[in-house]
Design a protein around this ligand. Structure first.
Ligand code: TYD
Length: 217
């Protein structure tokens, strides 16, 4: 599926992805301020969430016990939240010429609901076709971090508190990480794997290198 935002008059849609504790929210803020230096107006949003409806679905998805939703209902809820977000926030911003930096998007559903939870990748893509008409980011940046460092960052940030999905066992999160890496290998032009173990500014430098062609366009 090719990028749909090829015209220079539209903003660019960038998804920042990765497992728990990989530093997405820090990097998103850094990217927005680096883009501003190039005169690019970028908004930051997140999934699940970003609109009132999608934030309401987020609450349903992330609270309660792990067995609250089975894997099919969970995937449907993520797809429904995403559809609302795409229609009511992401596309309008791109049409105004803004860039959109999104903390998680479709590749999270592919990695968590398929790689980690056993639905097929084709099923997740089908739900995305229904929910969001298959709308894709121009670029996906996957921040890759080993389990040990990721865990220690999550513990520093959240203590012992984990949400319904973040609290799943180590094996689940290893499968998620492997799935992310696989998607980057499969689609290396659009999906970039970024080593997130370096210091904060060095990771931002690498990310900006991976956006340079779109900044110059
Ligand atoms: P969040 O608090 O935003 O986690 P993080 O700071 O790690 O991004 O919670 C989002 C959780 O939802 C996280 O565990 C990943 C999960 N998730 C999915 O399972 N599928 C999805 O499609 C998305 C967007 C998130």
């Amino acid at each position: 599926m090719a990028s749909q935002n090829s015209s220079a008059t539209f903003g660019r849609f960038i998804a920042i992805e990765g497992g728990e504790g990989c530093g997405k929210s820090t990097q998103i803020k850094q990217i927005a301020s680096r883009l501003a230096k190039h005169g690019i107006d970028a908004i930051i949003t997140r999934e699940p969430g970003g609109t009132d409806n999608a934030e309401a679905i987020r609450e349903l998805l992330l609270s309660g016990g792990d067995s609250r939703w089975d894997s099919r209902a969970e995937a449907l809820l993520f797809a429904a939240a995403r559809g609302d977000h795409v229609r009511n926030l992401i596309k309008p911003a791109l049409m105004r010429g803004q860039w959109v930096l999104c903390d998680r998007f479709l590749e999270s559903s592919r990695a968590y609901q398929s790689g980690g939870s056993g639905l097929s990748d084709a099923m997740i893509l089908q739900l995305h076709d229904i929910g969001s008409e298959g709308f894709l980011p121009d670029r996906v940046l996957i921040l890759d971090l080993d389990e040990e460092r990721a865990n220690s960052r999550v513990s520093q940030r959240d203590g012992e508190a984990r949400d319904r999905i973040g609290g799943r066992p180590k094996e689940f999160h290893c499968a998620v990480r492997a799935a992310f890496k696989h998607y980057a290998q499969q689609e290396c032009e659009r999906i970039k794997l970024i080593n997130a173990a370096a210091d904060i500014d060095a990771v931002t430098d690498t990310i900006m290198d991976n956006l340079q062609d779109m900044i110059d366009a």
